[in-house]
Design a protein around this ligand. Structure first.
Ligand code: NAI
Length: 210
């Protein structure tokens, strides 16, 4: 596999993966780059270029074998394995994320939730227990957890990131509106829904000003 794949390509891969999975579910066995282009909104040449980064999966005049490509893109994304995760901040957002089965189905196994609110400790979401955040570090070490999901308010999020970093976490999925400082070997992926909402607002504004 080509290790120097650009981040722009990597950001498009989940979309390919999603559509390929949907095609498989509909028992569609092959697809052309033109058809993939219609589905994804990327140009056919962009798709061919993207997928060529990982070896030629397509054949002239045949298109792509959907199953083969879905498996390969899944492998490229590292989705052919299970990741152990924990979630910190079991409030509204944290509970909603924990309640969603889709992440687990994609291989992200949630082992426990953590919170500092005594009223929440001991409760379960989908059978997964909310534990006292004081036990977070020990739990991560004992269970070999690789991903920490932060759903605390901004205040406290850096403290949680420090705890995760100290206990050897590899990646952080951060929902708190904060730019976390972590050692460089730890990968942070931020999700800020309101940035996306503000982009929508901007585009709506552009349209009404036309
Ligand atoms: P919430 O108040 O319902 O939940 C926050 C939870 O974090 C509470 O249960 C609280 O006890 C816990 N907590 C606070 N400090 C903690 C600490 N140091 N250790 C362990 N647990 C701690 O709030 P909500 O609505 O769930 O929002 C949570 C965060 O997510 C906020 O920062 C909010 O801004 C953010 N948010 C982010 C979105 C995004 O797109 N990234 C979308 C919606 C909310």
């Amino acid at each position: 596999m080509n290790k120097n794949v650009s981040m722009a390509v990597i950001r498009r891969l989940p979309k390919y993966y999603r559509y390929l999975t949907e095609l498989l579910e509909k028992d569609i066995t092959r697809i052309s780059s033109q058809e993939l282009s219609k589905l994804t909104g990327f140009t056919a040449s962009q798709i061919r270029q993207d997928l060529n980064n990982f070896g030629g999966f397509g054949q002239q005049g045949y298109g792509y074998n959907v199953e083969e490509l879905q498996i390969e893109v899944g492998k490229i994304l590292g989705l052919n394995r299970i990741y152990k995760t924990v979630l910190v901040g079991a409030g509204n957002l944290g509970q909603a994320i924990a309640d969603y089965r889709g992440f687990e189905e994609a291989g992200f196994k949630l082992l426990a939730l953590f919170d500092k609110n005594p009223k929440l400790i001991g409760l379960q979401i989908r059978g997964i227990e909310i534990k006292d955040v004081d036990y977070l570090e020990d739990f991560i070490v004992e269970n070999g957890v690789e991903i920490g999901i932060i759903c605390t308010p901004k205040e406290g999020s850096q403290e949680v990131a420090d705890m995760l970093s100290r206990s050897g976490i590899k990646g952080i999925w951060n929902f708190a509106p904060a730019d976390l400082r972590v050692p460089e070997e730890i990968i942070v992926e931020n999700v800020h829904l309101n940035e996306s909402l503000f982009t929508l607002s901007y585009l709506l504004k552009q349209q009404t000003e036309k």
